[in-house]
Design a protein around this ligand. Structure first.
Ligand code: 13P
Length: 233
């Protein structure tokens, strides 16, 4: 079981220092990864929580203003990185080809990519989501060897569920897990989208998942502790 905390673009400096302290007081045996705001990657201190990144760019060292590369992340102890999150796809317009390049750069540095996919409400309504998810997987992971592919963690995050409080039915999650497994039978699969301490039991008892990618609840330590307690039962 893997639980990944995505702080997104939240917390100012002081808030982050307090958050870091509180997070270290969490008691759990579940493997936790924190993806803080990029500004705080080098500030985060913990001997039990693993460091993750919310972003990586496709470039190596050089004249690429504003970019962050996989070598730099590795040098700070980053072990996991999100790639292709729907908010990045939406606000930065990244292409599948760029996602593919980012995944390769991460793998070259020994960082585990957490590759995010998920359909919009419109794609679900018009029933194009299955084909689109499949295409996304094929293009985003193209030219990877089987060994490399296996290292990628897939996070299924339906866009319509992120931050909305709307969660999929169990059969909807299992259907998408099945689509992912057709292409990537041996990969770990996480779910993300409005997961909280109140609904975690539903996901955990009904769905075939290897872990969770948490947004909003990652910022609320009491709720996060409750969620982890339920997962550990
Ligand atoms: P929420 O848990 O806030 O819906 O966010 C999910 C997410 O986007 C995690 O990457």
């Amino acid at each position: 079981m893997l639980v990944v905390l995505n702080n997104k673009c939240n917390l100012d400096y002081e808030e982050f220092i307090n958050y870091n302290q509180e997070l270290n007081s969490i008691s759990t045996n579940i493997k936790l990864v924190l993806c803080p705001s990029m500004l705080y990657v080098s500030l985060f201190k913990s001997d039990k929580i693993i460091l993750g990144s919310q972003k990586v760019d496709i470039f190596d060292m050089g004249a690429y203003t504003g970019c962050v590369n996989a070598k730099q992340l590795k040098s700070l102890g980053v072990k996991y990185s999100l790639v292709g999150h729907s908010e990045v796809r939406k606000y930065k317009n990244i292409t599948r080809d760029e996602i593919n390049k980012k995944i390769k750069k991460l793998l070259e540095e020994g960082i585990t990519p957490i590759y995010c996919i998920g359909e919009t409400q419109e794609e679900r309504n018009n029933n194009t989501y299955k084909e689109l998810l499949k295409e996304d997987i094929l293009e985003s992971l193209k030219d990877l060897t089987n060994e490399e592919k296996k290292k990628v963690i897939v996070a299924y995050e339906p866009v319509w569920s992120i931050g909305t409080g709307n969660i999929p039915k169990c059969y909807e999650i299992n259907e998408v897990v099945g689509i992912i497994k057709e292409e990537l039978p041996n990969n770990r699969i996480l779910y993300g989208g409005s997961v909280n301490e109140e609904n975690i039991n539903f996901f955990n008892t009904n769905c075939n998942l290897d872990g969770y990618l948490l947004g909003g609840v990652s910022l609320k330590i009491n709720k996060l502790q409750k969620l982890l307690n339920i997962l550990e039962k």
